[in-house]
Design a protein around this ligand. Structure first.
Ligand code: ZN
Length: 367
């Protein structure tokens, strides 16, 4: 049986009211506490989507416009029946002697909330960026949301907005994303939740999910950063030939290639050399490979077909938009017969459309 976990999150205060601002001397924009807390809250919610049964709810106003009263936040969490409540804050008051770093609070010791507090604190400080608060990192406090939620609750201060060492760190999205991910990963591990995907934009209900997970595991491609694969982004010819080359085991060939626009030492140079030597591509004419051009669906299928050794094809491809005398007709017929593509609907193949990343990986997976 798969586990489930339901968590309430607030980003502390609102965009305009309450909370602190980064000290002007350290941050001329005087970034509001809500802005940073919201980044953490979003990163938690997004990361949670990679786990089966991990649901989140924002009990504040995620636009930041309204400073939702604490009583309302607690009511929302209680009515939703969450398993856990986390309030995301950034602190100030270093001049009062608290020092910089991360601080975590629960209402009392000895309960489940304390365990959450300690586990999250460990995960967040291990995520890189900031250490724990020097003076008193793990505290109890009688804060409203800690006291008035039915579920165990924790309030975290993810850094100090008036600390010369903290501010440059907490202003970086890399930091707020990292701690948000650390929170979600930590909770998922505590609850034994199963990770279901590598990318928030390619979840199991996406057509290319299996192909993408396979391609990443095989080292054929990586994501585009921030837990994303960007399946809708068009592939360049450089990217396409590289994925093809990796899929074929990264063969090294000694032959020269004639392409004037393939930069020595570029990530796709070996792939372009191989593709030329194997007759998989002859380039785009005039001694060019056009690495930065979008790779069309016709080009991708043609490269795949040639990489497979240009096998004889008896079936006709029959797509309305692929004339039989087209350079890609045989390749398309082969791909269709092998179940690599069924076209784009309406009996069309859309040969001149840019091949998007999700499609390319799907073609490779099926080839
Ligand atoms: Zn606060």
């Amino acid at each position: 049986m798969s586990e489930k976990f339901f968590m309430a999150i607030d980003a502390g205060h609102g965009r305009y009211s309450g909370g602190n601002r980064c000290m002007a001397a350290l941050d001329p924009n005087q970034t509001a506490e809500w802005v940073l807390g919201d980044r953490v809250a979003r990163a938690i919610a997004e990361r949670a989507r990679l786990y089966e049964g991990f649901r989140t709810i924002r009990v504040d106003d995620a636009s930041g416009e309204e400073d939702v009263r604490l009583g309302v936040r607690c009511d929302r969490a209680n009515e939703a029946g969450v398993d856990f409540y986390l309030s995301c804050h950034f602190d100030a008051g270093i001049c009062g002697g608290y020092g910089g770093g991360v601080t975590a609070f629960c209402v009392a010791l000895g309960g489940e909330a304390e365990r959450y507090r300690d586990e999250l604190y460990s995960a967040v400080t291990a995520a890189g960026g900031l250490q724990g608060n020097r003076a008193n990192p793990l505290q109890t406090a009688n804060f409203y949301v800690l006291r008035n939620t039915d579920a165990p609750a924790v309030l975290m201060e993810f850094g100090f907005m008036d600390s010369p060492s903290d501010v440059p760190v907490i202003l970086q999205e890399r930091y707020t994303t990292a701690v948000g991910h650390a929170v979600a990963d930590c909770l998922a591990e505590m609850k034994g939740l199963k990770r279901i995907g590598s990318f928030v934009d390619v979840l199991p209900d996406t057509y290319c999910y299996q192909a993408v997970e396979w391609a990443v595991k095989e080292g054929i491609t990586v994501g585009t950063g921030d837990d994303r694969f960007s399946p809708e982004d068009p592939c360049t010819r450089a990217q396409a030939v590289t994925m093809l080359w990796r899929h074929w085991g990264r063969p090294k060939v000694q032959a020269e290639h004639p392409f004037v626009d393939v930069e020595a030492g570029s990530f796709y140079e070996e792939a372009a050399r191989w593709a030329y030597a194997e007759g998989i591509t002859v380039g785009t004419g005039d001694g060019c490979f056009s690495p930065e051009d979008a790779c069309t669906r016709a080009q991708v299928v043609t490269m795949l077909y040639r990489a497979a050794g240009s096998p004889a094809v008896t079936e006709e491809q029959g797509f309305a938009d692929v004339p039989e005398d087209s350079y890609c007709a045989k390749a398309v017929a082969w791909a269709k017969a092998k179940g690599i593509t069924a076209g784009v609907g309406d009996n069309c193949f859309a040969p001149e459309d840019a091949c998007i990343r999700g499609e390319l990986v799907t073609f490779l997976y099926r080839a």
